[in-house]
Ligand binder design. Structure first.
Ligand code: ADP
Length: 543
């Protein structure tokens, strides 16, 4: 006898059907390789996604088979997000910015059976195809050119499928829907596998009003690649709520993003800080007298921007706010689906000063519902939430991974009592706001004291002459390690190490925390997900 609620499994198929029924006139817009815009209705999206599910079944997809995608952000990739799991498969997003050998290694490690790839990325496929044999390579004619007969044509496949007769493959809510490899910034890439349940719960939580606050009336621009932790779950959340989606395709240069924002003004956008940094610098330069781009762009006032993946400098938040755009910071990782903490306005802080508002916005924020968080000290006890004591952030919850594909739960990644070790070092204040000081690997230990590279970088990036700053540790005989600041100046600006030290001292850094040395460089190297790549800097400046 049932005496409590129905035990209906959480399912992505429900989100898909809901979108097809309720939001069929809402739009999905994709930027094509030739920069034109292609418009789709949610009704078409629903039909095409079911057609994809049906076609994959006809091709012999078995439940649990991995289907890799090597695609930019666009409507067909969105179809894969829902169509592959609808047919019982597991969508595995490959990171197109990795070296070909790494992509091949990852596809092989995951045992991917099929590959769905943009035609414009076939040259990349040619470079790794010797490392893994797919049963089928399905080519999406993104550029509009005909697909070579050696491959299966995605559009022909959909045209010949039967969306009306398609039956969802029965599943449990814990069955896998997608997988994503960690980037390997701090070790060998490992597969994180998401389930129906974890994806639906993450969508419900991350979309709440205090966090991404996604509404049906929103126009969402996901600049974060769909291979980077599922574009932070935003494709799922947008479909769940029926928001209009605008996909940038392969055009991620600041000029192109500003063109797109001017043509299809978003109300919500998301990306890593480095992209937002170059976006605002490009936009502000266009406002200067004599700029060749004068009048070309209009930043959408009122847009909210969800930014994370690396610390968000306060100066960046202020720069966008000056244009009426509010940046909201989140922290998380591939392993956490990824949104685990978000900085947001709290009732206690309603009357805070503008400075305090910006300071809080530059923190990683506090844990979202369903995520337990603790900062573990070196002695294995929890650090007090006093805003000063630092420890490793550890998390637990229904959308935090419990292990890795084929690897399980190694002890350097999970505690004996089942929490994920994030490798991020942080303090937590009395309101539960997390302040990330570093990744364990990036910490600088000088004379027995930790120096936060994130704090130094943020203060340096607030300097009017500085475009980018990344701080790394260099070995030091006396102090064991000292900070080295790698600085990129804004074109035409000047700053000397003495001036920069003075600037830091004025911002309450102690003398011993100042960089030992400055290197003025042309650009900070980027990882495959667009973050500052400190490993490369450490190789470049070993001491
Ligand atoms: P990777 O950065 O290695 O490509 P992920 O995308 O999974 O892989 O990144 C997760 C890591 O990114 C976190 O462990 C943390 O170090 C960093 N990170 C994410 N968000 C923030 C943030 N808001 N502030 C500081 N660091 C962040």
């Amino acid at each position: 006898m049932q005496t409590t609620m129905m035990n209906v499994p959480l399912s992505l198929n429900h989100l898909l059907d809901r979108a097809g029924m309720l939001f069929r006139n809402n739009e999905v817009v994709s930027r094509l390789p030739d920069k034109s815009l292609r418009r789709h209705s949610y009704g078409e999206f629903h039909r095409r996604t079911r057609a994809l599910g049906s076609a994959l079944q006809r091709l012999g997809l078995r439940k649990g088979d991995r289907v890799a995608t090597l695609c930019w952000n666009h409507h067909a990739h969105l179809e894969c997000y829902f169509g592959i799991p609808a047919a019982g498969g597991v969508m595995h997003t490959l990171n197109l910015r990795l070296a070909p050998d790494e992509i091949g290694w990852i596809a092989n490690d995951a045992g991917d059976r099929f590959l769905i790839i943009d035609d414009v990325l076939l040259p990349l496929y040619e470079k790794f195809k010797h490392l893994h044999k797919f049963d089928k390579v399905i080519v999406f004619p993104f550029s509009g050119a005909p697909v070579a007969p050696a491959f299966t044509d995605y559009e022909a496949l959909l045209a010949g499928a039967d969306p009306d007769g398609f039956q969802y493959v029965p599943h449990d809510e814990d069955d896998p829907v997608s997988m994503c490899y960690t980037s390997g910034t701090t070790g060998k890439p490992k597969g994180v596998v998401y389930s129906h349940r974890s994806t639906v719960l993450h969508s419900l939580v991350a979309g709440l009003a205090d966090f991404a606050a996604v509404r049906s009336t929103d126009v969402v621009l996901p600049v974060t690649p769909m291979f980077h932790a599922n574009s932070w779950g935003m494709p799922y959340i947008s479909v769940m709520m029926g928001a209009k989606l605008v996909f940038p395709g392969p055009h991620l240069h600041p000029d192109d993003l500003l063109d797109l924002m001017t043509a299809e003004p978003p109300t919500l956008s998301l990306g890593v800080p480095t992209i937002w940094l170059s976006l605002i610098q490009t936009y502000d330069a266009s406002l200067k007298p004599g700029s060749p781009h004068a009048g070309r762009w209009k930043l959408p006032r009122g847009m909210r921007s969800f930014v994370g993946g690396a610390a968000v400098p306060e100066s960046l938040i202020r720069a966008f706010d000056a244009h009426g755009i509010w940046i909201q910071q989140g922290w998380g990782m591939t392993e956490t689906s990824p949104i685990a903490t978000v900085s947001y306005q709290r009732a206690e802080l309603r009357d805070m000063s503008a400075d305090e508002k910006y300071r809080r916005a530059a923190l990683a924020g506090s844990p979202v519902p369903l995520v337990d968080l603790r900062a573990r000290g070196d002695d294995g006890t929890n650090q007090p939430w006093d805003g000063r004591s630092v420890g490793e952030i550890q998390v637990r919850g229904p959308f935090i991974t419990g292990g890795y594909y084929a690897v399980g739960s190694p002890s350097d990644k999970f505690t004996p009592d089942g929490w994920l070790r994030t490798g991020d070092v942080a303090s937590v204040d009395d309101l539960g706001f997390v302040k990330i000081s570093d990744r364990t690997k990036d910490l600088i230990k000088s004379g027995g004291e930790w120096i936060s590279s994130v704090d130094l970088e943020n203060a340096l990036m607030a300097h009017p002459a500085i475009a980018e700053a990344a701080v790394i540790a260099i070995p030091d005989e006396k102090w064991s390690e000292r900070p080295l600041a790698c600085v990129v100046l804004i074109a035409g600006e000047q700053a000397t190490p003495d001036e920069l030290n003075e600037w830091l001292l004025e911002r309450s850094f102690a003398k011993w925390q100042l960089p030992e040395r400055y290197e003025f460089i042309d650009a900070v190297p980027r990882t495959s997900t667009g973050k500052f790549w400190k490993l490369k800097l450490r190789e470049q400046f070993p001491g």
